[in-house]
Design a protein around this ligand. Sequence first.
Ligand code: GLP
Length: 242
Amino acid sequence: MKIIRTKDYGEMSRRAAGILAAQVILKPDSVLGLATGSTPEGLYRELAEMYERGELDFSDIHTVNLDEYRGISTDNDQSYRFFMQKHLFSKVNIRPECTFVPNGEEADAEKACAAHEAVIKKLGGIDIQLLGIGNNGHIGFNEPGTEFVNETHCVALTESTIAANARFFASVSEVPKEAYTMGIGTIMRAKKILLVANGEQKAEALYRTCCGPVTPEVPASVLQLHPNVTVVADEAALSKMV
Ligand code: GLP
């Protein structure tokens, strides 16, 4: 696991964007695994600016997203499809039909999850998977305490995740209670992993991810077993590491 320590959020965003940009330049038909949340917003802004300057071309890129709320429509501004559209897809020359987010409008969970997993397989797997991390160490929506699940599946969100994500909704009661998420296996099959984290509220989770035992209690700890992981985090998020 390679850890890149940055001064602040801006530097974290630039360094992480540089890694994704290198992937796009070196392999223009890459499959990018993407993530939502407030952490990657800055790096998507950086990528959009590089595209504007003519430094990046997304015309042969495919993307697959980590997760999506179950029972949310794509035009709901809290859906992850909406987030991706707003922060990246509408800003670069990616072909809409080459972007895949789990289908939150599909009520049949098995169908939605199998379809997402099938897309990833059909594309030949993920070249680089971007990850944020939940305050409780979750990745995607793989919550603590459950076994490591192999494939995309439906999960019940924990109270702490619902509370953490309530900031994006009008009230906590509006936060969906379930989500479709890539499994730990899906994530681990990506050739490379790029995890971004900022802020003190992530320090404990990041410390346990990098330095603690590998356990389903801290889902991100499984990344210790992946051969190609880069963590880009600011000083605050790394404050519990020496
Ligand atoms: C959500 C997402 C995760 C994300 C996490 C952290 O629960 N499912 O993919 O990493 O939130 O979000 P933030 O970056 O806003 O702290």
